[in-house]
Design a binder for this molecule. Structure first.
Ligand code: SAM
Length: 297
């Protein structure tokens, strides 16, 4: 799939100047003029691999250019999805590319502002925009269903650190024979887990009541737990979409007991498994925690 017929690829310096100018201008994100620079096919392939895009995904490319990301995913994996672009010429190219690839039943292209696009059906979002545009999109992306993957070419999202990043040497980054580097970033939308959670767990003959307070910044979680009149810090916490894993050690009255909790967060409940290990306790049980809904907090 090539660049538009009759349209010359922009030179490297021209593109770099456009990107620098776009990044510097305030309010640029509102404009249609994020420059059209296609993602080289090998970078498209890496983006789809990093996002673990598959048949059951629904992919939305924001600023979809000639549709290559959406069309490649559909052709290679049978992925459904759509692209939006403000430029009608890009939409025409995309439709032609989808036809040529035989994937018109899986994909669609809309001439639409990405800021006015409903993203709720996405399991994967791809984008090759600009730093400022990524940042403007960030609050909306963080509100998507936990577990949604966001894959960006070249530009990050500032203090929302990526869950994965790769740098590639790309032979034709700026057009045929003009090499350069590409970065690919992946974020997994984290479930909102901050707040105070309550649960109980059996330990030997008794059942203990726990109060777990979690703080969260993007996918980073820290916390403290109160149980049996003692307080302990959560020593390891991992949040991957809706999946959460917590590790802490606390004295339940007869020596330290390590707690390894795993589960899935869904609105105001977490459900999973809890493993307790100490000198007198070795157990594994289902675990479920609740947190008062936002309006009651
Ligand atoms: C750098 S190109 C990326 C094209 C394609 N995603 C790719 O990776 O090959 C950015 C595209 O975003 C489009 N675009 C810029 N601002 C937009 C907006 N507000 N809404 C929709 N599309 C936009 C441009 O027309 C351009 O085609």
């Amino acid at each position: 799939m090539g660049t538009a017929i009759g349209v010359r690829r922009p030179g490297r310096l021209f593109v770099a100047a456009l990107v620098a100018l776009a990044a510097a201008l305030p309010g640029w994100a509102q404009q249609p003029s994020v420059p059209y620079v296609p993602t080289p096919q090998e970078v498209v392939d890496r983006m789809l691999a990093m996002g673990k895009v598959g048949k059951n995904d629904y992919l939305i490319d924001l600023g979809s250019g000639d549709g290559r990301i959406v069309v490649t995913a559909a052709k290679r994996f049978g992925t459904r999805g759509f692209g939006v672009d403000l430029n009608p010429a890009r939409i025409e190219e995309s439709v032609a590319n989808a036809k040529a690839a035989g994937v018109t039943d899986l994909v669609a292209f809309y001439q639409r502002d990405l800021f006015e696009t409903d993203l709720s059906s996405a399991t994967v979002i791809t984008m090759y925009l600009l730093p400022r545009v990524n940042l403007e999109l960030r609050p909306r992306l963080l509100n998507l269903r936990p577990g949604t993957r966001i894959v960006s070419h070249d530009f990050d999202m500032d203090e929302w650190r990526p869950d994965e990043r790769a740098e590639l040497d790309v032979k034709d980054k700026w057009g045929a024979g003009s090499s350069g580097k590409s970065s690919v970033y992946l974020w997994i939308v984290p479930a909102p887990v901050a707040g105070t959670w309550r649960f109980s767990l059996p330990a030997g003959a008794r059942t203990n009541e726990y109060e777990l307070t979690l703080e969260q910044r993007f996918q980073n979680v820290a916390g403290t737990v109160r149980v049996a009149g003692r307080t302990a810090k959560v020593t390891a916490a991992k949040l991957n979409g809706a999946g959460i894993a917590l590790d802490f050690t606390v004295d339940l009255g007869a020596g330290p007991v390590r707690h390894q909790l795993t589960g899935r967060a869904d609105a105001n409940a977490i459900a999973g498994r809890a493993k307790l290990s100490g000198t007198r306790i070795e157990s594994e049980a289902d675990w479920s925690a609740v947190r008062p809904p936002v309006e009651a907090r």
